[in-house]
Design a protein around this ligand. Sequence first.
Ligand SMILES: Cc1cc2nc3c(=O)[nH]c(=O)nc-3n(C[C@H](O)[C@H](O)[C@H](O)COP(=O)(O)OP(=O)(O)OC[C@H]3O[C@@H](n4cnc5c(N)ncnc54)[C@H](O)[C@@H]3O)c2cc1C
Length: 449
Amino acid sequence: MDPATLEPRVQAIGRDLAAALPRGGKGPLRALDEKAMDYAAQDAELRAALFRFVDVVPACRSLDDLARHLTAFLDDVGDRPPSIEAAMRMGDSRAGRAALGGAAAVGVRRMAHRFIVGATPADASAVLRALWQSGVGASVDLLGEATVTSAEADRYAARCAEALDALAGVYAGLPARPLLEADGAGPTPRVNLSVKTSALTPLLRPDAPDLGREDAAGRLRPLLRRAHAAGAHLHIDMESFDSIEAVTDLVLTVLAEDEFAAGPSAGVVLQAYLRESPAQLERLLTWTREHQRASPLTVRLVKGAYWDHEVVEAVQHGWKPPVFEVKADSDRNFEALTRRLVEARAGGAPVRIAIASHNLRSVAHAIAANEQAGGGPADLELQVLRGLGDELQAALAATGRRVRTYCPVGDLVAGMAYLVRRLLENTSNESFLHDQATGAPLDELLAAP
Ligand SMILES: Cc1cc2nc3c(=O)[nH]c(=O)nc-3n(C[C@H](O)[C@H](O)[C@H](O)COP(=O)(O)OP(=O)(O)OC[C@H]3O[C@@H](n4cnc5c(N)ncnc54)[C@H](O)[C@@H]3O)c2cc1C
């Protein structure tokens, strides 16, 4: 597929989508806490402090704990904005810390409601039903990041199993949405759950990948059985680079077992910011041809959420980063992988394609490539994150595209790491949403990378 011949169609689709964006297409960041976003965007030290804070949040047990860590990290920030200075003074005493924790919780809760659809799948059911009614599918992600003991991994697996049953109840009896329920390869499940391997095992370590893989497999198999029984799709998210081999091996090994040939529908994630992602995609495509399953493997193509982490980690060790260091390289690779996926499917590879991006250009390019390869609207799933992709989601649904929204479910403390990661990612000067929010012209937003 020649990218040059695709280009006029990419531009036309991009313009149609932009015209369909609600609220004049300023993007979701304008609606968030602008001050927090501006500070985080402008101040590298503050970004670094928040970045370190993310790592400890899952281990915090209370608001007091959370406030103590936050003030400790902010201590490193040299030129602090007045509101942060005031917050740090509050963190000096126990009562102040509780107040800071409480105040942070109010602000965070307001922001969190945009990103997190409920504390439990039952809480989330009204949002999930409303999305479905408006022609939008969901993939539910149970928040709760670091798992350090087997008991925590067991609890996460049990929550996932319960969620599959609860979600089957939520979606039963909802009206038919043909675009979301079948594609050229056959029926597709209504219920869709995303799971994290790092939550399924405390043993996911780069120095002993087999140990983590085996331990996670012991919890993944019962979940796959449960998903099959509930007629649900199970998607395994991708995390940082040091776990990629173990996660990919886990999914491909378990799904290749005879017992799972008949189902459930399942999927993996490919991160386009990785230099080795083209080779990873070839591995996945070879696997799909060698292992015929009742449901084709879904490949969710993303750019990757751990860019800062991968770069910092590599610099610390004196390695060349495994990720591209120029944003346009990730964008170009994302487009090349998109074309490879649609061409492989057109050539008979049993693969379903999900394009997960808020970048109008990346999405328009995928729609154009799918069309040119002969795919219909149901054959390309476009995925967005709740709270960040709401406007794009509306534009995609309004223009007759198949769209699914990734919906985190969980409590506030577990949600903090997720929230801060989204904040960091989207206040980066190189983020599409940042460019959109700061009024970059459409020509620039849609330009080929
Ligand atoms: C439904 C859904 C599911 C997701 N699941 C996962 C998942 O399982 N695993 C995962 O890792 N991510 C996941 N993500 C997040 C995703 O990887 C991106 O971080 C996010 O979508 C931003 O990319 P974009 O195309 O929307 O925006 P853009 O603004 O176009 O791209 C931003 C991305 O570009 C890359 N980038 C930024 N700066 C540079 C640079 N200097 N050099 C090279 N590359 C750079 C980074 O990947 C950054 O996130 C998911 C996203 C969605 C929408």
